[in-house]
Design a protein around this ligand. Structure first.
Ligand SMILES: Nc1ncnc2c1ncn2[C@@H]1O[C@H](COP(=O)(O)OP(=O)(O)OP(=O)(O)O)[C@@H](O)[C@H]1O
Length: 861
């Protein structure tokens, strides 16, 4: 038993130590991390793994300190045996096992809270990759499983063998040390009561009694009606103790295993009970014996559940996401120059970074939005620098082009470039997309990396640079034009809107209502920009607004206006200072977002010499003032996002064989180990997609992964139905036709426009998938792209025509209902009755409302 215990402890020590050594070794060995993003062919070897087998779960493993203290407890408990032997303890009375009462209820693994999948700014460029070919679907032998540990501890290279030798020596040293300690007759674990110390017997002593009783060689111990429940209460308290659960995790006994292990421990403990032990436990209160019991529980569990523990400890190694910079040996081999262009919006930082990129022989621009990548692509080509465009949905490659504009998720880490630009670096802290910035910053094989962003990410980037051993140069910028706050708000509400104004609202419905209200009541024409509009349309709308001769003077936009578009805005007007989060709760807009949006006013090269910012409601002005006054430097981005590569998930999935992909993803997220500089990105949209597709059989893990990573807002039933349909067709080895129904006519209402938006998003999803799977299964991309262009054209036309004259609204009650709804948006009107004066110009709006709010109006009327 002692040998068995020792070997398990040694195994625990070794795997824990080796985890640290191997990851560092992985980079030194030059084994490149295979990216699921960049489409490396290795990543495309679809393995149709059958995932059946053992399960494990739990929370993050405990820290090294916890592990050390737990090891100490085990050692102490084991050492206690000799004291007991010397004192000649022996069982005196038989006991009835207390197991019936001691089992703890199984606890569900903790699941991460769901949140909104993609921000309004995320245009869903998503990820890239190669084509998981059908003929590879069954070739599990060539699957590219390159888990971190596997890569670094491979047997076919010298350094790994050296590391193996080192580990062996470590192992022997640890084993020898532990043996020595155990033989050293040291004091056992104690229960401490005020003024009293009690010693428990050793594991071996208890085990020996338990074995003899099990074999019928010794009688069971009788307990009185008082003693039985008292001892059972100790075991119940132990099995329910969060602290014990936490300590058990240090030994790779996870949350799933712990209740079973605790129940078995109770049975074993009951069998091994000595009279002295019984007396001890009866004397102390339940809960006071926890630590001492753990000293017995640990060796019991390590020996009884060795297989599960070993399996889990191996799975844990794949979850080690510490030191991610070592995943990119190609970048680490270069001494890269890092430049941080730091400044507020409209300070010229992107301009400077792009100049450096254009001047270089080869360059890569990595932006947060498709729209931004398109802008750079157009600008560079227009200025004579050939440039490619790579986004989730587009691959436009020009012969001889040495420059590329891409979305950040598409960053190719395999290709050397002279100068790379990473735009909006502060997004590295975004809790769902931040991983893409971390990956680009750490993995880009570029001689120079120019980052643009506000100062909030500077300390974080500085520490990442330190980890990578690279110098960071900081160039600071000031705003070109002043930004002033108009503290009075809009006295007469939207009746006060002037040319050059941009109203920022946070829901599609509000955007269209405000557009109608302004158009109807002021006669000015209004452009709109929001995340769900195709990027081409956002650009067209921005151009119309910027063009003084277009007839469009006002812009109503979502927070999508905060990034990427060059707009000639005179004044930003915040419609509200709150938005709805992913759980439909109203949350205040963040300070950095307020600053980012407000900073859009008064752009250099526009006709306005200064920027103005205000709110519709005067009551919001204080919040605006506070946000603008907050220095960017004080808004620190604390952690950089991380997300596993496909290979890590795949290797982890191999240890989680019983489970669906969404469970694997959830568990990976819950159990991944990251150090304090990083956070594991939330991937609700991916998990949501995995749930949706869980009933679709016949997809390999790689294929399933791609379908789940596809950019689709699954809160929209049209999109989720489309994703499911595409996956089912593909899994059934059928051609995946786009099959998107849409009416080829100019939309007349915002509802019709909304239908076309959804149709366009489905087309976009299909195109995204078609770039990742065999053309054989996704044929006719050209036709879908043509349809998509046609949809954009009629949507654009519809936007221009929409909300023309409509019938007169005659019902006075309805008039008042409409007026009440918009009274707060038209502050000049004191009450709903007065608003009726404005009714004539807002009739079209009222009609729109009649359509969209029929239930409300019916109630009023
Ligand atoms: N040196 C310059 N000469 C001419 N125009 C410039 C110069 N620097 C910047 N600009 C122009 O000023 C505007 C703002 O510059 P830029 O987009 O680089 O600012 P930014 O700080 O990156 O702002 P944002 O964060 O809002 O993107 C752009 O229209 C840009 O073309």
């Amino acid at each position: 038993m002692q040998d068995q215990l020792l070997s398990l402890r040694s195994c625990f020590h070794t795997s824990y130590q080796a985890g640290k050594t191997d990851q560092a070794q992985g980079a030194a060995d030059g084994q490149e991390r295979v990216s699921q993003i960049t489409g490396d062919p290795r990543g495309n070897r679809a393995r149709r793994a059958s995932h059946r087998g053992a399960s494990s779960s739990g929370n993050k493993p405990a820290s090294a300190a916890q592990r050390r203290s737990v090891e100490q407890a085990i050692k102490s408990a084991a050492a206690g045996q000799t004291d007991a032997k010397r004192r000649g303890r022996s069982p005196r009375r038989a006991m009835k096992p207390a197991e019936e009462t001691a089992a703890a209820p199984a606890e569900a693994p903790s699941l991460r809270r769901r949140r909104k999948s993609a921000s309004a700014l995320d245009d869903g460029s998503g990820t890239n990759g190669g084509v998981p070919r059908r003929h590879r679907r069954s070739s599990s032998a060539e699957a590219s499983v390159v888990p971190l540990e596997g890569r670094s501890s491979g047997t076919n290279n010298a350094s790994s063998r050296r590391a193996g030798g080192r580990k062996q020596r470590q192992l022997e040293a640890i084993a020898a040390g532990m043996l020595e300690e155990e033989q050293g007759h040291r004091a056992g674990t104690t229960i401490t009561e005020p003024g009293k110390k009690v010693r428990l017997p050793s594991f071996q002593e208890l085990d020996s009694l338990a074995r003899q009783r099990k074999a019928g060689k010794l009688p069971h111990m009788d307990l009185t009606t008082e003693e039985g429940p008292r001892i059972a209460a100790h075991l119940v308290a132990f099995s329910k103790s969060a602290k014990m659960r936490e300590s058990a995790r240090a030994l790779y006994i996870n949350n799933q295993l712990f209740p079973t292990a605790a129940a078995e421990f109770s049975k074993w403990f009951g069998r091994g009970m000595s009279a002295e032990l019984k007396d001890t436990l009866v004397e102390v209160e339940p809960g006071q014996a926890e630590d001492a019991l753990f000293g017995l529980f640990a060796p019991f569990a390590l020996t009884t559940f060795s297989d599960q523990i070993k399996k889990y400890s191996e799975a844990i190694k794949m979850l080690d996401l510490r030191k991610p910079h070592l995943w990119y040996p190609m970048a680490r081999a270069l001494q890269r120059r890092l430049v941080y262009h730091m400044g507020p919006t409209n300070s010229g930082k992107t301009y400077s970074a792009l100049r450096a990129m254009c001047a270089a022989e080869s360059g890569l621009y990595c932006g947060p939005l498709r729209l931004l990548a398109m802008e750079v692509y157009d600008e560079l080509n227009a200025s004579g620098t050939f440039c490619n465009l790579i986004t989730g949905q587009e691959r436009k490659e020009l012969p001889f082009a040495q420059h590329t504009a891409c979305t950040i998720e598409m960053t190719n880490l395999q290709k050397r470039v002279d100068v790379a630009v990473i735009d909006e670096i502060q997004q590295i802290g975004d809790d769902s997309r931040g991983w893409a910035w971390t990956r680009a910053l750490q993995g880009l094989p570029a001689n120079e990396i120019h980052m643009c962003g506000d100062g909030s990410a500077l300390p974080l980037v500085r520490s990442l640079a330190q980890h990578m051993g690279e110098e960071l140069e900081v160039n600071s910028y000031e705003r070109f034009t002043p930004l002033s706050i108009e503290t009075v708000g809009l006295k007469r509400g939207y009746l006060d809107v002037q040319p050059g104004d941009c109203v920022v609202a946070f829901s599609r419905r509000d955007i269209y209502d405000i557009k109608q209200l302004i158009e109807a009541s002021t006669g000015q024409r209004v452009c709109v920009v929001y995340g769900a509009l195709p990027p081409e349309m956002r650009r067209t709308q921005a151009r119309l607004f910027n063009d003084p001769d277009s007839g469009y003077d006002v812009l109503v936009a979502s927070d999508a206006v905060g990034m990427g578009l060059n707009l000639n805005i005179r004044r930003i007007i915040f419609h509200t200072m709150e938005k709805t989060d992913g759980n439909y709760a109203r949350v205040p807009i963040s300070i950095s977002q307020i600053k980012q949006i407000a900073g859009r006013a008064g752009r250099r090269n526009s006709v306005y010499g200064q920027g103005l910012v205000t709110c519709l409601n005067k009551s919001d002005i204080t919040q605006l003032q506070e946000a603008i006054a907050t220095p960017l430097e004080s808004l620190s981005t604390p952690t950089a996002g991380l997300f596993p590569e496909f290979e890590q998930l795949e290797a982890f999935a191999g240890n989680q064989l019983e489970h669906d992909f969404h469970t694997i993803l959830t568990r990976f997220g819950a159990e991944a180990r990251v150090d304090g500089t990083y956070m594991f990105c939330k991937q609700e949209s991916v998990i949501q997609a995995a749930r949706l597709l869980s009933k679709v059989d016949g997809l390999s893990l790689q294929e399933r992964f791609w379908f789940c990573m596809a950019p689709a807002n699954l809160r929209n039933p049209v999109l989720s139905a489309a994703l499911l349909r595409f996956a089912q067709k593909y899994a059934a080895k059928e051609t995946v036709a786009a099959d998107i129904s849409w009416k080829d006519r100019v939309p007349q209402t915002s509802e019709e426009l909304c239908e076309l938006e959804a149709a366009h998003q489905v087309m976009s999803l299909w195109v995204w998938l078609s770039h990742r799977f065999d053309a054989e299964y996704f044929p006719g991309r050209g036709r879908v792209e043509e349809d998509s262009e046609r949809v954009v054209a009629i949507m654009t036309e519809g936007l221009q025509q929409m909300f023309g004259p409509t019938a007169v609204l005659t019902n006075p009650k309805l008039q008042r209902a409409v007026c009440s709804r918009f009274a707060s948006w038209t502050n000049g009107a004191k009450n709903a009755g007065e608003m009726v004066d404005y009714l004539s110009p807002i009739q079209p709006l009222a009609m729109g409302m009649m359509h969209s709010e029929r239930p409300l109006l019916r109630e009023v009327a």
